[in-house]
Design a protein around this ligand. Structure first.
Ligand code: NI
Length: 187
């Protein structure tokens, strides 16, 4: 077990497209996933993508905490998902704005538009297929994490840069876009 060093914005590994995992079931992937989960929980963070720990492979881990979900059938808490070689298919055009942060962009937060509904597929380290259609916070987390696999960090998705800044400053009275205290936590 190991807590891995997290790459920060600007590092080349965060700007490149990560490679497909040829065989999700090999032991090396299990070891990587184990360390990614430990690193995510130590941070702590909602999710982590392999490029964030300097490994350019298409692997993400995430937990969907119940406090940010709506409880709708497709937006429920998800204790832990390990997703390898994910494919994302937004369902419809609808997008929503909400706060995000990222372990690779420490101390910052921003309001990011994301597709509201999403189908995603991929594999677990046991070779099992994951095929889910989700919405809300769950859909947001998956889009954020999988962006990391394509060299995209959330600031690149922000349309209104006034809604991007240091967490400590943003919390001073600014409650847009949802008229509540910002609480970024995607990673
Ligand atoms: Ni992130």
């Amino acid at each position: 077990m190991a807590i891995l060093k997290i790459a920060r914005m600007g590092h080349p590994v965060l700007r490149s497209r990560a490679q497909e995992v040829p065989d999700p079931t090999v032991p090396d992937i299990k070891y990587l996933v184990r360390d990614m989960i430990e690193t995510m929980d130590d941070a702590p963070g909602t999710g982590l993508a392999a490029p964030q720990v300097h490994i350019p492979l298409r692997v993400v881990v995430f937990r969907v905490g119940g406090h940010r979900t709506t409880g709708a059938p497709d937006d429920q808490a998800e204790p832990l998902t390990v997703l390898i070689n994910p494919i994302l298919e937004p369902q419809g055009e609808e997008m929503a704005l909400d706060w995000e942060g990222c372990l690779s962009v420490p101390g910052m937060m921003g309001a990011v538009p994301r597709f509201t509904r999403l189908r995603y597929r991929g594999f677990t380290p046991d070779g099992e297929v994951i095929d889910r259609t989700v919405s809300g916070f769950h859909a947001r987390v998956v889009q954020h994490e999988c962006d990391h696999l394509d060299g995209i960090l959330y600031p690149q998705r922000i349309k209104d840069m006034r809604l991007f800044g240091f967490v400590e400053e943003m919390k001073k009275g600014m409650e847009r876009p949802h008229e509540r205290k910002p609480e970024p936590e995607i990673d």
